[in-house]
Design a protein. Structure first.
Lengths: 466, 453
């Protein structure tokens, strides 16, 4: 379908004057949620249409249509042009002309979407029902469990009047399990989740479904006996899941060029030291080290082929993340970070797969050389501020005493100022994993992203105190 | 804005889709449709970023066959038959649930003040003009506030529900909203994120509301600059109306809502009719307030909203039910008109227009007379509605000691919400509207751990 729609979009683009960007999106979402043996959610949602962006007199206008015929798309172009003209009268700082750059053309093939779509819906419902029942059966202390299977099957076609003409289809399955334990009125819960860009083999490649169930149930039960940690500044070893959240939320957003222009803490710091020299940070449209990272995509929503962008190299800030407009403002090449969630959304600067590069040590060596601290894994949620200050809740926090793992603690939050914390990094493991593929980034509209990295050791503030 | 979609046209499409679902083999069928059309202007870096004009219709088909449920949604009216087949196929793959069933029609009284022709008639140019008005209000007196993002939106919505049980309802509403998100920048220093917004069903006086939003945003952003270290202690913490809404009330609503109780995930599951909060704490929901942003004449299942006293004198007085949850409840219950959600999802359970009743304390007197407290203007953290535990960072916060206040950074608060509700020591008389949907006072609570970095 996306190949045919490329031709329809091209036929409309050929009639347009000035810069016009046409983007067809067909999104099919299948979601199943099972809890206590009940199917809480089972649905299929189909949404398709064309989003149109026009740049005229240094101003942008946007419109969209749920109809995909040429006449409807032309009317949307007219509405977007009217909107651009209206805002041009009032916009203070006009967008510069978009620079010439390499734009994607052709079909970017990927077989995973067809493979996942071919799995019968009945099998997907069964998977969720079996998993939820297995979690409840792991212990008499497990009072309830939830299993959610979600897949986003997305076809895109993109044409711009300055030369992009690309299409592709991707599928992003996600799988989540939550166990809730209770004893004597005390409750605890634990989650495990995985999300990839790829098929089911990829989804359960690193950890099997059975392993996810086992881990979720075990942590829920173990947390019943866990104590709160001692609050204050501590040495912490962050697992790839927490590293991923840190580099995405607390650093990645500050280097999105639109936020840089508004005055983020990363403004004016290109070429400056912002982290320990053990830190090299990248954002990539590819899935380095292991296949299937959740934010993988071949072409961004402005038609720019994605690439690997090194944000921090050996502790020095090297690049921001750009769309075509910000690249023109900064006088650099676009980095392929313009992304839109649905056809009715305009492209914004978003991350893709954000990661810290692995180092030389093993996790075992890092733990052994830590006298007093915590090993933190499994983020519950997290936020970061304009200041770079972040707060993440941690599910699995284990005390380290004299170089050995000790007791599990609960209710832990970790906080700090990201660039200050990154300056304290003194150990980076060689183990690497993607661990945020089931998550979504929010910036007015969702985006599927992934993040990860090695284990790192640093200093940060722990909350959840007694 | 488009006048193309009417209530009668949308309702007719819903009825047709119900017939398609029944023809496909459903025992019962419900179709909810939502049309939205309007204009908006977005901001970036203290300037207009883009102007937009949009409209879309969404249909959600819920079917029940052999006591099993399926749901499908589409934005293409031409594919309603395919969606009906999708929903049936899902139902066949699902499991039997004896509590499934669609609501029977009841009398619905229209709520007044939800639609304004003056909003429906706004052009993209007029909406852009309102956007410029809001941006100008932010930096009219001080250049340090920086708008990172935000928007002004004017929209008209049409909603319709038809079901095989005889529900045939439709309603038009209008909405005007302006929001800001950003921080203050003073030389090399960047302040904490702040947000502000105003939302209305009426066009009248909206420029004044935007002016107020802009100046409030500016004050909040500047107030967050130059924070210092806090102090660690266990004691009283003062929550702003925004923090009351996001931390205290939203989690309490999750705990008292029927789905959490049915699933055994609420610490209040066995506390109905028991005292769970300070006697001074009253929480109620009322989706029938004329002209309110959260009001509507009927819920996602076509049931009328009503005022529900959730917490009265500190006692857990009512849970929140949609039709399914009422049927599935252990004790006899009926829908409280809290079926929530749009056309693209099956009905959930949520509130409409939440209020915490005003207390008797004066805010300035509280700030002056409390020996030591932290004022939490925004809470950025983690809460666990299963256990009640919370922990997070105080944002745009102040340490207040003997009436002296200073902004603080890197300060965490933690505790358990179940203790917090019981340890409420003061509620202010003044209340503030938050996000257009909550009317909240300041609340002082004791026994909270404060950890300074």
């Amino acid at each position: 379908m996306s190949i045919e729609m490329t031709e329809v979009l091209q036929s409309v683009a050929d009639t347009c004057e000035g810069f016009v960007e046409l983007r067809y999106v067909k999104k099919t979402t299948r979601q199943i949620a099972v809890e206590s043996g009940r199917v809480e959610q089972a649905n299929v949602k189909r949404r398709n249409g064309v989003g149109v962006r026009v740049l005229e007199d240094g101003s942008w206008g946007f419109s969209s249509t749920g109809s995909s015929d040429a006449a409807s798309i032309k009317r949307a172009v007219d509405r977007a042009r009217d909107a651009a003209r209206v805002s041009a009268d009032r916009k203070k700082d006009k967008a510069p002309p978009l620079g010439k750059t390499v734009l994607a053309r052709g079909h970017f093939a990927n077989d995973a979407a067809a493979a996942v779509a071919a799995i019968p819906l009945e099998r997907k419902v069964e998977l969720a029902l079996e998993t939820e029942a297995e979690a409840r059966g792991k212990s008499h202390l497990i009072k309830s469990a939830t299993c959610v299977y979600n897949e986003i099957d997305e076809e895109k076609a993109l044409v711009t009047t300055d030369g992009a003409a690309a299409n592709f289809r991707l599928v992003r399955p996600e799988f989540r399990i939550q166990s809730v334990a209770e004893r004597d009125g005390v409750m605890s819960s634990a989650n495990e989740s995985v999300g990839v860009t790829g098929n089911w083999d990829c989804l359960f490649e690193r950890r099997s479904r059975e392993a996810l169930v086992e881990s979720s149930a075990r942590f829920a039960v173990d947390l019943l006996d866990a104590q709160l940690p001692q609050g204050g500044r501590h040495t912490v070893i962050l697992a790839p899941s927490i590293v991923g959240l840190l580099v995405h939320e607390a650093i990645g957003h500050t280097v999105e060029a639109d936020f840089v222009l508004s005055g983020s803490v990363a403004q004016g710091k290109i070429g400056q030291r912002v982290a320990s020299d053990l830190v090299t940070l990248c954002d990539s449209g590819f899935s380095e080290f292991h296949p299937g990272a959740g934010g993988t995509l071949p072409v961004d929503d402005e038609g720019v082929p994605t690439q690997k962008t090194t944000i921090i190299r050996d502790g020095i800030l090297e690049s921001y993340l750009h769309n075509r407009e910000s690249a023109a403002r900064f006088g650099v090449e676009p980095t392929g970070n313009a992304r839109a969630w649905d056809y009715s959304d305009q492209p914004l600067i978003r991350m893709r797969n954000t990661y810290l590069c692995p180092g030389e040590q093993t996790l075992e060596e890092i733990i052994a050389s830590t006298e007093d601290g915590y090993l933190l894994d499994g983020p519950r949620n997290g936020q970061a501020d304009a200041t770079g200050e972040f707060m993440f809740a941690v599910q699995n926090a284990v005390r380290i005493k004299n170089g050995k793992l000790a007791e599990l603690v609960k209710g832990v939050t970790i906080s700090g100022v990201a660039f200050e914390v990154m300056q304290t990094v003194d150990a980076v493991s060689k183990e690497f994993r993607w661990d945020l593929g089931s998550g979504y980034c929010g910036k007015g509209q969702p985006a599927k992203v992934d993040a990860g990295g090695p284990y790192i050791r640093c200093r940060a503030l722990l909350g959840g105190a007694q | 804005m488009s006048e193309s979609m009417t209530e009668s046209k949308l309702l007719a499409q819903c009825r047709r889709a119900v017939d398609l679902a029944l023809e496909a083999g459903a025992d019962e069928a419900e179709v909810c449709a939502g049309f939205g059309g309007g204009s908006s202007v977005s901001f970036e870096n203290n300037d207009i970023q883009i102007a937009m004009s949009d409209e879309e219709v969404t249909f959600g088909l819920r079917v029940i066959a052999d006591s099993k449920q399926g749901f499908a949604a589409t934005n293409d009216p031409e594919t309603l038959a395919e969606s009906a087949r999708d929903a049936l196929a899902i139902a066949k793959s699902s499991v039997v649930d004896e509590h499934l069933g669609l609501a029977e029609p009841v009398e619905v009284t229209p709520i007044q003040g939800l639609y304004d022709d003056a909003i429906a008639g706004l052009s993209v140019s007029e909406v852009t003009g309102l956007g410029v008005h809001l941006l100008d209000a932010v930096r009219s007196h001080d250049p340090r506030p920086s708008v990172d993002s935000g928007s002004v939106t004017g929209a008209r919505s049409v909603r319709a529900i038809a079901s095989s049980t005889g529900i045939n309802l439709s309603e038009s509403t209008s909405y005007l909203g302006g929001s800001l998100f950003g921080m203050a920048v003073d030389g090399d220093e960047v302040g904490s994120f702040v947000s502000e917004g105003r939302y209305s069903r009426s066009r009248a006086d909206f420029e004044a509301a935007l002016t107020e939003a802009g100046t409030t945003f500016s004050k909040k952003a500047i107030g967050a600059l130059h924070p210092g270290k806090g102090v660690s202690f266990k004691g009283q913490v003062l929550f702003s109306p925004e923090a009351v809404a996001s931390l205290l009330v939203s989690n309490l609503v999750t705990m008292v809502a029927a789905p959490s109780i049915r699933k055994g995930k609420s610490p209040l599951a066995n506390k109905f009719a028991e005292k769970i909060a300070s006697t001074s704490f009253q929480l109620y929901d009322d989706g029938t307030i004329p002209g309110a942003v959260g009001s509507s004449s009927f819920d996602r299942e076509g049931m009328p909203h009503r005022r529900v006293e959730i917490i009265k004198d500190g006692i857990f007085s009512s849970s929140l039910f949609n039709h399914y949850e009422a049927r599935a409840a252990k004790h006899a219950a009926s829908s409280t008109g809290h079926a929530s959600g749009g056309a693209n999802a099956i009905p959930g359970v949520s509130t409409s227009q939440l209020e915490v009743a005003a207390g008797e304390y004066d805010l300035e007197a509280l700030l002056r007379d409390t020996p030591r407290t932290v004022l939490v203007n925004r809470f950025s953290g983690s809460t666990n509605a299963v256990t009640g535990e919370f922990s997070g960072v105080v944002k745009s916060g102040y340490l207040i000691e003997r009436g002296e206040r200073r902004p603080i950074t890197e300060t965490l608060i933690s505790g358990n919400l179940l203790d917090l509700y019981r340890n409420i020591t003061a509620i202010t008389a003044d209340r503030v509207k938050v996000h257009g949907l909550y009317m909240m006072p300041y609340i002082l609570a004791d026994g909270i751990s404060v950890t300074a970095g």
